[in-house]
Ligand binder design. Structure first.
Ligand code: AVJ
Length: 322
């Protein structure tokens, strides 16, 4: 007689990250309306697709922010005190911070990122390029609290949070992040933040619905990742990418809309979709300078300077703690 062996249904369940992903997807698909947090876009393919989005003609934020940092590098450097330690939240490929590091002589650079292998590789590459710079990478989820390296305890600190990543937070989460950054960076801290501006909705919608379909691929890749990592059976051709501008809440919303009534299985659980029902996969809040000042002051920061591009499509804000 054959022994009855229970095989695991999916990947190893002792992996903390995997369990958190599964729990978030199950909770999100059980909610009404359905939702999945945008942080799960960034598996390897998702990160590559995001890089491809930044090269589409419609996605203006990356190139606009880079142009502001380049044009204003000297002024931004003047905002960074001598001997300061620069701390970047969600450091990624370290592309934008190089503009600041080239212009400002800092004592040390602390890139903070959750993706350990990528962070260590990028930090090593930067150290080789700038041998005089002390690079102290920290592997952490910057939305939670984490300690800074002991070496930088007494130095004045300047935070750097580019890319309008703050726009992916709900306003109350953005406030919590700014408070937490203030506590982490300590007395006299400063913060340089990139924030996408409210603008014509056609420009906004096009940036999240590029003609080549790269953003659609990026959005749908979330379902591909769930299939692969969580043993789900999403049919990618049965969902549409949708990007809409919600004017009242000044945010772009990305959704995956079901083309038909269907049932999907995730880790043995069933989820039913009505025709046209969506999974809300991302909010990207846009802030006028006034809205942003109000957000910052609610979290203990004062906006000292704001730099924008000639079209006023993107803002780089320099904040000081009150
Ligand atoms: C750069 C992560 C903030 O909201 O613009 C780009 C990500 N999503 N296209 C943004 C994104 C769809 C993005 N962040």
């Amino acid at each position: 007689m054959t022994a009855h062996v229970r095989l695991p249904r999916t990947l190893p369940v002792d992996d903390t990250a995997h369990r958190a992903f599964l729990a978030d997807v199950v909770a999100g698909l059980s909610a009404d309306p359905k939702t999945i947090p945008p942080k799960y876009f960034y598996d390897e393919r998702g990160s590559q697709l995001f890089e491809a989005i930044t090269r589409t003609p419609e996605y203006y934020p990356t190139r606009t922010e880079t142009s502001i940092l380049t044009a204003r590098a000297a002024e931004i450097a003047a905002f960074i005190p001598q001997d300061a330690v620069l701390v970047e939240f969600g450091a990624g490929a370290l592309t934008k911070v190089r503009i600041l590091l080239d212009a400002a002589p800092v004592r040390a650079f602390v890139p903070v990122d959750i993706s350990e292998a990528f962070l260590r590789g990028q930090a090593a590459r930067l150290s080789r390029e700038m041998p005089g710079l002390q690079v102290l990478p920290v592997v952490a989820d910057f939305t939670a609290s984490f300690p800074l390296p002991a070496e930088v305890a007494t130095a004045p600190k300047v935070g750097f949070f580019p890319g309008s990543t703050i726009g992916n937070f709900e306003p109350h989460e953005a406030t919590a992040f700014l408070r937490h950054a203030g506590a982490l960076l300590g007395p006299g801290a400063r913060l340089i933040l990139g924030v996408d501006l409210v603008k014509d909705s056609d420009v906004l919608v096009a940036a999240y619905n590029d003609a080549a379909g790269v953003t659609a691929e990026f959005n749908l890749n979330l379902l591909r990742r769930i299939n692969r990592e969580l043993g789900a059976n999403f049919d990618l051709s049965a969902f549409w990418h949708r990007a809409v501008y919600n004017r009242e809440q000044h945010r772009i919303e990305m959704h995956l809309a079901s083309k038909a009534r269907q049932r999907v299985r995730v880790d043995g659980r069933c989820f039913d979709f009505r025709r046209g029902e969506t999974i809300h996969t991302e909010n990207s809040y846009k802030y006028t300078p006034d809205l942003f000042r109000t957000l910052a002051s609610g979290a203990g920061w004062r906006v000292a300077t704001t730099w924008t591009d000639p079209q006023k499509w993107f803002a780089v804000h320099a904040l000081v703690r009150d």
